[in-house]
Design a protein around this ligand. Sequence first.
Ligand code: IPE
Ligand code: IPE
Ligand code: MG
Length: 241
Amino acid sequence: MADKAPAELPENVPQHIAIIMDGNGRWAQSRGLPRLAGHRAGTENLRRIIKACVEFGVKYLTIYAFSTENWGRPEDEVSGLMGIFDEVFERELAELDKQGVQLHHIGRLENLRDSLREKMLAGIEKTKNNDRLVLNVAFNYGGRDEVIHAVQQLVKDGVDPDEITEELLSGYMYTKGVPDPDLVIRTSGEQRISNFLIWQSAYSEWIFPETFWPDFGREELLAAIQDYGRRERRYGLVLES
Ligand code: IPE
Ligand code: IPE
Ligand code: MG
C-alpha cells in the first residue's frame, strides 16, 4: 500500500521532476575539502531525494549526473567521478530495487568504461518491472547530442519529411515514453540550462534554489513542489478567470 502523502503537498504534485544537481564543487570548497568530496556528498544526497520523491508520489525523476561537456574537466576529477559512479551503482542498486525504482539511462552509453556501462545495463534489466518511480539518469548526456542522435536515427529510418511531427521527434529522443518534465530544479544559484533536456523542457516550470546540491534535502524539495503548486501553467494560452 502507498504511504500516506504529507499534508503540506499541493494537489498538483509534479508528475515528472528533473534536477540539475549543481554545486558539489563549491559545497566542498566552502568546507576546505577536495571537489571529489563534494561529489561523494552529492551522491549521498541523491539517496534522500529519491526516497522523498517516492514519498511525495512523484512518478518520474530525471537527474543530470554527467554532461557531454563534463569530459573537459581535469583528468583526476573525471576519473574520480567515474569511480564514484561505479561504486554507487554497486552499493545502491539493491536498495533502489527494493524501493520500487525503475532505472533508465539517457545519453550515450557507448563511450563509458566497460564496468560502468555493464552495471548500468544490468541495473536497467534488474529494475525493469518496478513501477513506483522511474529514475532517468542523464549520464554522458547532452541535449544537443540527443537532438543529433534523434535526427541521425530519423534519417536512417528513411522517415518522410512530411511525416515529422513533434510527437514523432519526441519518440526519437532518449526520453521516449517519458512525459516532459513539469518542474526543473537547478541547485546552487546558477540560472542556465547547460545543455539539459533542451527539447523536453520547452514548457517546464523552473526553480533555482541557492542551496548547493549536497544540502538540498527533503524540505527543500517539498518547498519546490509547493512553489510549483502555486504556479499557473499557461502554455501560451489565455486562461479564463
Ligand atoms: C555538479 O557539481 C556535478 C557535476 C557536474 C558532475 P559541480 O561539480 O558542477 O559543482 P560546482 O558547480 O563546481 O560547484
Ligand atoms: C551541469 O552542471 C551538469 C551537471 C550538473 C551534471 P555544470 O556545472 O557542468 O554546468 P556549467 O558548466 O556551470 O554550465
Ligand atoms: Mg557546476
